[in-house]
Design a protein around this ligand. Sequence first.
Ligand SMILES: NC(=O)c1ccc[n+]([C@@H]2O[C@H](COP(=O)([O-])OP(=O)(O)OC[C@H]3O[C@@H](n4cnc5c(N)ncnc54)[C@H](O)[C@@H]3O)[C@@H](O)[C@H]2O)c1
Length: 391
Amino acid sequence: MAETIRVGIVGARFAARFHYQGYRRVYGVPVEVVGVTAKSEESRETFARERGIKAFDSLEALADAVDVVDICAPGSAHEPLAVAALERGKHVIIEKPFTGYYGAGTADFRGNTFPKEKMLAKALASVERIARAAQAAGKLVGYAENWVYAPAVQKEREIIQKSRGQILWIIGDESHSGSHSPYYGIWKFSGGGSLVGKGCHPLTAVLYLKRVDGETRLAKPIRPAAVSARTHEITRLKNFEDRGFLRTTYDDIEDYAQVHIIFDDGTVADVFSSELVLGGVHNWLEVFANNHRTRCNLNPVNALETYNPREEFLKDVYVTEKIGTKQGWSNPAPDEDWQHGYPQEFQDFMEAVAEGGQPVSGLELARDTVAVLYSAYLSAERRGAEVEIPK
Ligand SMILES: NC(=O)c1ccc[n+]([C@@H]2O[C@H](COP(=O)([O-])OP(=O)(O)OC[C@H]3O[C@@H](n4cnc5c(N)ncnc54)[C@H](O)[C@@H]3O)[C@@H](O)[C@H]2O)c1
């Protein structure tokens, strides 16, 4: 019997909850979530008590008790936590948006007006510091981008590999009515707005599928070469009429973004993300290849179609993320975590740790994602002018 992999979670709220659930669904590899740490004592104690695990009062104490440190804290904390854990000889798993730029701690930092060329260089330097720490420690870095593992995206991966289709264009979107997290909306914690917070999901799936396409037909990944992008702050327009359905409490981030990506083989992709969409999460990706066309519906899906005449009948039933109302027709998700690829993600990470391999979503995808995101901000600063992505 293989040794049990001991995991410690950093952060004790939204992402930490579904990570914990994800580990419970790992099979064939013995895994134990030993404990949790978080900035807020109350949230780490509550999280630990509810799950019968230990609350640690520091990253160091948690890291010393586990094999894998899983970071579910805001983006601004990802690099320092990851580097500290790697320096203590632990594998790390890092939530999206892997890392980025969060200012230098000065009170006057505003992400939306900070020069983006500098920001791009600093975000890439942050990736490099994590990569160097991983190399020095000889430990694994898992980039927790669940879209890569979503069954809809993985089925398309199989179609591309077996049909040897050439992807010509991909279009994708993740949007909803606004994140719940108090850290979201403030660049110094989140590293950006809709683009970094939501666009990162379809973007990494796009980068992954183009890698698969290249590796299948050309024996080398096809990588992003240039971007054009626009970002906007729609809910902060003077003429925006707030009817109370969209979150509007943003500080210095955009709430709408579009990115046009040109790959090194000349093919293209378009990624949209916003905080302007009612009716639940809007997570989808469409692939146009030379021999097939696939629409990956991540959420919602219509496995269930329920008509509910009165809101209160479903008050104790989870329907879908950010749905807003449960009255009328809806598509309750039979297993939203599975649809999103969460258990599959932890399965892959745990197998990689157990077998000493590399995860499907690791440093290479993370690096390309950060490079595209911050090159896109530079393009948006130049009102959509094409920007070459640093290699
Ligand atoms: N993959 C997904 O679908 C998905 C969904 C939501 C969030 N996320 C990502 O997960 C991460 C956490 O987001 P969330 O929604 O859970 O945020 P949250 O605000 O709900 O929780 C953040 C947690 O981190 C803790 N924390 C903050 N700073 C810390 C620090 N320096 N050290 C240790 N703990 C610290 C807080 O105490 C809190 O428990 C973010 O990177 C976010 O982008 C991913």
